[in-house]
Design a protein around this ligand. Sequence first.
Ligand SMILES: [Zn+2]
Length: 292
Amino acid sequence: MMRWSRACWLATAAVSCFVSNLVAQADEPRVTVGGQTYTPRSIVERNMGSEADQTTPFTPHRVIGNIYYVGTRTLSSFLIVTPAGHMLLNTTYERNVEGIRSSAESLGFRFGDVKLVLGNHAHGDHMEGDARLQELTGAQVVVMADDRAALEGIRPGGKLHPVDRTVRDGERVELGGTVLTAHLTAGHTPGCTAWTTTVQEGGRDYDVVFFCSLRAPARLTPETTAQLERSFALVRRLPCDVPLGDHPAQYRMEEKYGRLIGGNALAFVEPAGCMTEVEIQEAMFRALPPAR
Ligand SMILES: [Zn+2]
């Protein structure tokens, strides 16, 4: 429900009423999950951090198996390394591509060996750099069909957004023996994609989920409501030992990275925590005013 502030009733300009109510809405609803309280605003701030957080590379590191982190402090980018070249999941903003390249090279990998570019969802903070990445590496861009239209609207510097292959729910993408499966988890965008794979570490297999954001839009529609209902049910069925996400805060990267450099090679293994972010986003979704 909209709450009209006294200042708004007194305001003479309709525009400022509208703006102040949008801002007020961001602080509601409030949901508490695991003893922590969240609002729509706090989740966005947690995900995005400051301008510097969005563009400053986080220390590149091997997450587990053949998965490496090459993103910034708040925007994830993963390099998945295979004998036939690499896959890059999320190019983030175009201005971050050079940092991603430096991170990959500092880990000892050739950027020119990136063969496939994948993404979680069609928002600029995750996939704006796809065209630049392709210019630098010649990699093929693989996208969920349902996000294609939104992606083609992301044109940094006027560049067309490349799409070399589209996939649908359940489709697999393979490179050098590593298979990633695309799961349509729509709601945040129409083609929001959770990617899953299996890695080996210390002699056993681990199921990895690169979750797509499940953050509901501020105003639900019947369509986004139906999409999210399906997506929450779907992600709860995914086998998961290692939860990862399009923003590092979704899987508490910094805390786990601290354990990794402390000597725990399995720092990112957290089966019991795989659904924590799902629970936060589902609680928020259910607390929002229903679609009309
Ligand atoms: Zn987004």
